[in-house]
Design a protein around this ligand. Structure first.
Ligand SMILES: Cc1ncc(COP(=O)(O)O)c(C=O)c1O
Length: 405
């Protein structure tokens, strides 16, 4: 059967994600995978934590197993408001919250709501691949902004905005993952967060603050959410239970102005009517019982150990002329090799000969740069696998350096 003629033209824009393809490799037990973005399987919910959850769901039977409101379960929205204030310093009321089917759905909704073909959207270099996948379907024009160890270079952003404005162009929004970014692991400094907000006000655009990792930072210093400083309702804030409880639930949330929440709800209605009420009630159970607040420090402790092991291993094994980020939390470290290397071309050898995998960085860059970069995940592999995997990867890189010098 030739299905091609049936497909809509937008299907030609859909690309399988390199990461999804690569995830298959983590099934081969002899390959140490730094490729996925999965939480540590040992930190998924335990049966003792969920004891009583089934009875709880049955007691809420007529809500949990019924169709739900598009905006989400009211009690869960209340919990999100409390949690966001306590851990994110974000002031919001329940009408400024909508529960989504993971943050990924929120990104899809944002793409549909705000991007007309040819609109300008500003992203970081590199940026979250699955955000690009959904934005691409609306066919925007991207402007990429370089990052350094303090996150997005807002000075470069300002130059770009001035240039765009002189051509009569206003971007719709800036998409940023300001804390422990996927893929780079970098966090934006407070000064740049403030600068970004000032620019949004001056050049009249929205900010999409995607924050799945802000609740798993390793130090004592609090990371100020851009949303917490937003006085004009310009920030659309996204977060999720995926990294602090379970990605299998598929429950995330958006905090934005009431007006925007209403538009988001209308878009969401046509997509899935509502996020699974069963999943929402499981999240509510975990919030009400304090399960999530108890497990956050445990996740932080485990991931911090793993980050340290990965940093130490990189330090011990990697050849010179290789550099990497030092994340303050999250799940990823980003590595730069010598300029002339192409990590995509190296991947097959990495998997077949060295039994280690990673994500080649190129697809995270909308400008085609980043050929010599790779993303390493430290949350999924064990400490032992991290040590051994980095040793193997370093041997591959040394071999590649040898053949290029
Ligand atoms: C930056 C970023 N945004 C969104 C998501 C999607 O999260 P969710 O599981 O809530 O859909 C992820 C998941 O890895 C992510 O890294």
């Amino acid at each position: 059967m030739d299905y091609e003629k049936f497909y809509a033209s937008r299907v030609s824009i859909m690309r399988p994600s390199d990461i999804r393809e690569l995830l298959k490799w983590s099934l081969d037990k002899s390959v140490i995978s730094f490729a996925g973005g999965l939480p540590d399987p040992k930190l998924l919910p335990k049966s003792f934590e969920l004891e009583g959850c089934f009875e709880y769901l049955m007691a809420k039977n007529e809500y949990a197993f019924q169709y739900g409101e598009t905006e989400g379960v009211g009690e869960l929205k209340k919990e999100v408001v409390r949690f966001s204030k306590k851990y994110g310093n974000i002031d919001a009321n329940e009408n400024q919250v909508i529960i989504t089917t993971g943050s990924q759905q929120a990104l899809d909704i944002i793409s549909r709501l705000f991007i007309d073909k040819g609109d300008y959207v500003i992203v970081e270099l590199p940026t979250y691949l699955a955000a690009l996948q959904v934005f691409n379907l609306s066919e925007p024009r991207y402007v990429g902004i370089q990052m350094d160890e303090k996150g997005m270079r807002t000075d470069i952003l300002e130059d770009k905005l001035r240039e765009l404005k002189s051509n009569g162009i206003l971007p719709k929004f800036v998409y940023t993952v300001p804390t422990c970014q996927n893929p780079s692991g970098t966090s934006m400094s407070i000064d740049r967060r403030k600068h970004l907000l000032e620019l949004a006000s001056k050049y009249d655009f929205l900010i999409v603050e995607d924050d799945p990792y802000g609740y798993i930072t390793f130090g004592d210093e609090k990371v100020e959410r851009i949303k917490a400083m937003d006085k004009e309702g310009r920030v659309i804030y996204l977060s999720t239970f995926s990294k602090i409880f379970s990605p299998g639930l598929r429950v995330g949330w958006v905090i934005a102005s009431e007006e925007l929440i209403r538009s988001i709800a209308i878009a969401k209605q046509g997509m899935d009517l509502s996020t699974s009420p069963v999943s929402q009630y499981i999240a509510l159970f975990a919030m009400e019982k304090g399960i999530i607040e108890k497990r956050i420090p445990i996740i932080v402790g485990e991931y911090k150990k793993k980050r340290d092991v990965m940093l130490q291993s990189l330090e011990s094994y990697m050849p010179s002329e290789t550099r990497w980020t030092k994340p303050i939390g999250g799940m990823f470290i980003f590595v730069w090799l010598k300029d002339m290397l192409d990590t995509k071309l190296m991947l097959e050898k990495a998997i077949k000969n060295y039994k280690v995998s990673y994500v080649p960085g190129r697809s995270f860059f909308i400008d085609g740069s980043g050929r010599n970069t790779m993303r390493l995940n430290f949350s999924y592999p064990s400490e032992e696998q991290i040590r051994e995997g980095i040793r193997r990867l370093s041997n591959l890189i040394k071999e590649e350096y040898g053949s290029t010098s």
